[in-house]
Write a protein that binds this ligand. Structure first.
Ligand code: NAI
Ligand code: A1CAB
Length: 271
């Protein structure tokens, strides 16, 4: 691709995304421009990846063909207000924030603008991200493919109906946090029973990775895969029954619905 891709905000997500883009050789590093209010973040990426950096969002807006808004949702208004009169006519705006609908962003720009709304997750750091993507009616098939191509540099992508984007937030955007809690809890139990901390994290995490791969690669129902682990009168069924008694699955479902609801509420209140 020979388009100029600009990232506004050089935090965790941007660092991970540009790392993946450069590794996959999608664009020359010189075609990436990053802006941030903190020089320390810009120095980090220019030293590590040899990308262009600017401390002025307007300057980035004037030069970029695609702009990824990688700032926190609460400053989207501020940043859009700052750049809206400086963006190129055919610029593609890519959002990655929870609770920012396409309509919110269209209203903030106050003019016809191409928008791709995405929800990635932190596994983009290791090239295993999962990104839900939707877009407005100004985006052509080719433009959508270009943006999808960016997100494929650091993981998998799914095109999703916008009305399900709040569900994407809870299912893949926020879900690494609950999985980390699960791994931490498993490791705590192992440590309690005498295993060293480093071995406990490694063994719990690899088991989660392997189990996830089995769901993706066998196509079997997760319940069937669970049954394959449970020997009659054995050890696993003891753990399964204990988790059921403590409403393990109901807790996860309840937590995810709260997460989805929060994303919906944010979309109502952030314009
Ligand atoms: N962390 C996560 O798991 C995920 C985050 N997101 C979304 O990604 C976005 C970025 O999140 P993170 O990278 O985690 O945040 P972060 O806090 O690490 O990065 C935000 C960056 O924006 C910079 N910034 C603040 N004001 C600015 C301004 N006026 N102009 C330019 N830069 C400015 C900050 O200095 C910081 O480097 C958020 O909207 C978040 O909702 C999306 C999916 C997953
Ligand atoms: O908690 C948040 O707002 C972001 C969105 C998805 C993951 N983290």
């Amino acid at each position: 691709m020979d388009k100029i891709i600009g990232f506004i905000g050089c935090g965790n997500m941007t660092k991970a995304m540009i790392g993946g883009i450069i590794k996959s050789n999608l664009v020359n590093p010189k075609n990436l421009i990053i802006s941030d209010i903190h020089k320390k973040n810009l120095d980090f990426v220019s030293n590590k990846y040899n990308v262009k950096t600017v401390n002025d969002n307007k300057e980035l807006a004037k030069k970029s063909d695609i702009i990824v808004l990688a700032i926190k949702p609460n400053i989207y208004n501020l940043v859009i207000d700052e750049i809206k009169d400086f963006v190129k006519k055919d610029v593609i705006i890519v959002t990655i924030a929870a609770g920012k609908s396409i309509n919110n962003v269209e209203i903030e720009f106050g003019k016809d603008i191409k928008i791709v709304r995405t929800m990635p997750n932190t596994p983009v750091f290791v090239g295993e991200g999962m990104t839900g993507i939707c877009y407005n009616d100004k985006i052509s098939k080719e433009e959508l493919e270009e943006v999808v191509g960016i997100f494929k540099c650091f993981g998998k992508t799914e095109i999703i109906d916008e009305k399900l984007m709040d569900v994407v937030v809870s299912t893949s955007g926020s879900s690494p946090a609950y999985v980390f809690m699960f791994i931490e809890a498993m490791a705590d139990a192992a440590v309690l029973d005498g295993m060293s901390r480093d071995k406990a994290y490694k063994m719990a995490a690899q088991s989660v990775l392997g189990a996830a791969k089995m769901v993706l690669e066998t196509g079997k129902h997760p319940g069937e895969l669970k049954d394959m682990v449970c020997s009659p009168g054995g050890t696993t069924i003891e753990a399964v029954i204990s988790l059921e008694e403590d409403a393990f699955r109901a807790s996860v479902i309840k937590a995810m619905r709260k997460c989805t609801q929060k994303s919906k509420e944010m979309a109502k209140t952030t314009i």
